[in-house]
Design a binder for this molecule. Structure first.
Ligand code: PLP
Length: 412
């Protein structure tokens, strides 16, 4: 029999017509519509059927393009990956392709492992995301891949830390929680001079703020869970790059299996349409909140790349879209842990919550949450104070957020 399109005919092998269960399994299907649906169809299917055994063999054997199994490829997932590639490419960089994953860490682990082998070295930033740090230090070391972490804000330090066996330099466009901005052209030059790839985790930036491929990055990775999804209701990841650097990532995704589910791909794809609008609002509100926080007597300092006193403000002005410096603001209240926690508790609109991005303003007291494993010395080395609070600015009216922080800071 060929691909499913309705009940088996009631002749031939079924003189009485097919039985109840057969009819139930083989219900009629309308043909695939000729008109393009405005909404992205969700291909919620694990498997695909073929018109013939020959087509099945040809698709599986790679001789004919086609869908066979959703761990390998799925049209809804492909639409999201292609959309992300188009946004990262922007008007100036051609020919990028994407691969989508079930989480940011699935994207990061698969991307890294596709490009390193035993005996290789990865150079990452000292402030690298905790999951990436754990992957490099606890997992990849078991497979003979060495790694070192350095302050990536100094290109000289980076050049000196690159080893002959460094295959990947791993940076983050905007780091967590001190919001350091990577000088991507300098990092790309250093990596390429050593024959290494520059991979950039651009989760905090999104292509609405910065497109690292235009500054020389070979691989651009996102936790799509954050701004791309944007509503705190889906996890996903994506990597974008030229076809030759993405091909091994795709092959390893098929083998490791961290593929994105079609329903989640639908949500992430829907997020793309409003990503620039949301990010513009996140950034505008974050800048206003950052400026308002600076003046409050209970605040010792504010880290935000849009403020002139941030060490990477000039880099941000050079690499970022005008007036867009990200949706995260890090505030350092006067005092210690008690004041940081009190600030989180006294807020009425902003909620203490994991993760970032999303519609709601979220706060985390850094020393007791995202960086709880670090002692005070390690925190200080990372630019974090005992009371530091990371604010992921949501889509509420900025006046309301500013008022909320003012009333909370008045009472810590
Ligand atoms: C959240 C995050 C990740 C991990 O993504 P998941 O979707 O949680 O797996 C990686 N990098 C950065 C910068 C993140 O914020």
């Amino acid at each position: 029999m060929s691909a499913p399109d309705g009940p088996p005919a009631g002749d031939g092998g079924w003189p009485m017509g097919p039985g109840e269960s057969t009819r139930a399994v083989h219900t009629p299907r309308p043909p695939v519509p000729a008109q393009t649906p405005m909404g992205l169809p969700v291909y919620r299917t694990a498997a695909f059927a073929f018109d013939s055994a020959r087509e099945y063999a040809d698709v599986i054997g790679g001789r004919v393009e086609g869908y066979s199994y959703s761990r390998i490829d799925n049209p809804t997932v492909d639409a999201f990956a292609a959309g992300m590639a188009a946004l990262e490419a922007g008007p100036s960089v051609g020919g990028l392709v994407g691969q989508a994953f079930a989480s940011g860490m699935a994207a990061i682990s698969t991307t890294l492992m596709a490009h390193v082998s035993a005996g290789d070295h990865v150079l990452a930033s000292a402030s690298v995301y905790g999951g990436t740090w754990s992957l490099l230090r606890k997992v990849l070391t078991r497979f003979g891949v060495a790694s070192s972490m350095v302050d990536m804000s100094d290109p000289v330090v980076v050049r000196e830390a690159i080893r002959p066996n460094t295959r990947v330099v791993w940076a983050e466009t905007i780091s967590n929680p001190t919001l350091r901005v990577a000088d991507l052209p300098a990092l790309a030059a250093a990596a390429h001079a050593a024959g290494a790839l520059l991979a950039v985790d651009s989760t905090f930036a999104t292509p609405a703020i910065c497109r690292p491929a235009g500054y020389g990055a070979d691989l651009v990775v996102h936790s799509a869970t954050k701004y791309v999804g944007g509503h705190s209701d889906v996890t996903g990841g994506v990597v974008v790059g030229a076809p030759d650097v993405i091909a091994p990532v795709r092959a390893l995704r098929v083998d490791l299996g961290g593929s994105l589910a079609p329903d989640d791909a639908f949500l992430l794809h829907r997020g793309l349409a409003t990503l620039p609008l949301r990010v513009e609002r996140h950034c505008g509100s974050a800048l206003r909140l950052a400026r308002a926080l600076v003046g409050h007597p209970a605040v010792a300092g504010v880290s935000y790349p849009g403020l002139p006193d941030h060490p990477d403000h000039p880099v941000a002005l050079r690499l970022f879209a005008p007036d867009r410096f990200g949706g995260v603001v890090t505030v350092h209240p006067r005092g210690g842990r008690d004041q940081g926690m009190a600030l989180c508790d006294r807020l009425r609109l902003a909620v203490p919550a994991t993760s970032l991005a999303g519609t709601h303003t979220k706060v985390s007291h850094v020393a007791s949450t995202t960086h709880w494993q670090l002692d005070d010395d390690a925190l200080a080395a990372a630019g974090i104070r005992a009371g530091t609070v990371r604010v992921s600015v949501g889509l509420e009216d900025p006046e309301d957020l500013i008022a909320d922080f003012a009333q909370a800071l008045d009472r810590i």
